[in-house]
Design a protein around this ligand. Structure first.
Ligand code: TRP
Length: 321
């Protein structure tokens, strides 16, 4: 069975867009792949300077993925920071990469262009990510569009390693980019924390409703026919409701006599059906940090077992043993 792996950066509470665009598809992969999903806390540390927030977001992310259905028996679920072999491999890989390749990194270039003085962690970010991936012989890496360049670098350095130290020492990973599932936010742009247009995932029902009522729509009169496609309410509904329900809403909107307010309420109902039961699980899981720590530590233990075998192979190949 092939291996799929991805990292989740704990910089915020996951929102509906994360759930539909990343969490759900990643969990679906666990049926056909050996899966490793981890919390990339040392990636978050490149920019997050608030220890309380960092700690809190690790638990938020862990409880969210578990509530969404991650089965820790099947999927290795761990904190990146607990698998210290990652940092050793990152060093090895950094010695095989030209600084020019890292200088061309999007995130680093953007930080420079916006007048910031990025730290060396931002510069080395893709190296750490390559280590996350190559340490576990991952074949497939589900990521967002913005991570494609990082995957290219992971592939390059794996090929380079194999070329220098022996073919088939490292598995060359493939990206799986979910570009078709662009979940719009409340302003119609891609849902993203940076745009402040997110819909919360496990907020109390009242708060969810308030967020949905804020979604920008046209101001056509109730009777007017309306074009559903491209409207944020309809596009979100398409991501959560059944095909028949979606069809029915599209027809009502096009016919006229059905307003965006109606559509928002239908969206709210569909979200409640889907997320209501998960919300309670989330709250239960989130309420017991010790249990989450134990579960992640168990995952890390199993992950390290695998990681140590890879490092043995790597050290032996490069002449450190
Ligand atoms: N950089 C990824 C992000 O911002 C998170 C990440 C860290 C990751 N390590 C990874 C993703 C390894 C895939 C594989 O979302």
């Amino acid at each position: 069975m092939k291996t799929a792996l991805t990292g989740i950066k704990p910089t915020a509470v996951p929102h509906l867009g994360n759930y539909l665009g990343a969490i759900q598809p990643a969990l679906a992969l666990s049926k056909t792949y050996n899966t490793l999903y981890f919390i990339a806390d040392y990636h978050a540390f490149t920019t997050l300077r608030d220890p309380v927030a960092l700690r809190r977001h690790v638990y938020d992310v862990a409880a969210t993925w578990l509530a969404a259905g991650l089965d820790p028996q099947k999927t290795l679920f761990y904190r990146q920071s607990a698998v210290i072999e990652v940092f050793e491999l990152a060093w090895v890989l950094s010695c095989l990469l030209a600084t020019g390749q890292l200088e061309r990194g999007h995130a680093f270039k953007e930080a420079l262009a916006s007048g910031e003085a990025p730290n060396a962690g931002v510069f080395n970010y893709p190296v750490l990510m390559a280590a996350d991936i190559l340490l576990f012989d991952a074949h497939l890496v589900p990521v967002g569009q913005d991570q494609k360049q990082h995957l290219e670098l992971a592939r390059d350095v794996a090929l380079r390693f194999n070329h220098l130290f022996g073919e088939n020492t490292l598995v060359v990973p493939e990206p799986l980019v979910h570009e078709h599932l662009l979940v719009p936010g409340t302003d119609g742009r891609k849902m993203s924390k940076g745009y402040g247009n997110t819909v919360p995932l496990f907020a109390p029902a009242k708060e969810l409703k308030a967020a949905l009522l804020k979604i920008k729509t046209g101001s056509e009169p109730l009777d007017a026919p309306k074009e559903p496609r491209g409207n944020a309410v309809f596009e979100m509904y398409r991501a959560v409701a059944s095909a028949e329900e979606v069809q029915a809403m599209a027809e009502s909107l096009r016919r006229g006599g059905y307003g965006w307010g109606h559509a928002k309420l239908a969206l709210y109902d569909a979200l409640e059906v889907k997320l209501g039961p998960l919300r309670q699980r989330f709250l239960d899981l989130r309420g017991n940090e010790q249990a989450l720590d134990d579960l992640l530590a168990e995952g890390a233990k199993r992950a390290r077992h695998f990681a140590q075998a890879t490092m043995k192979r790597v050290r032996c190949a490069i002449g450190i043993s």
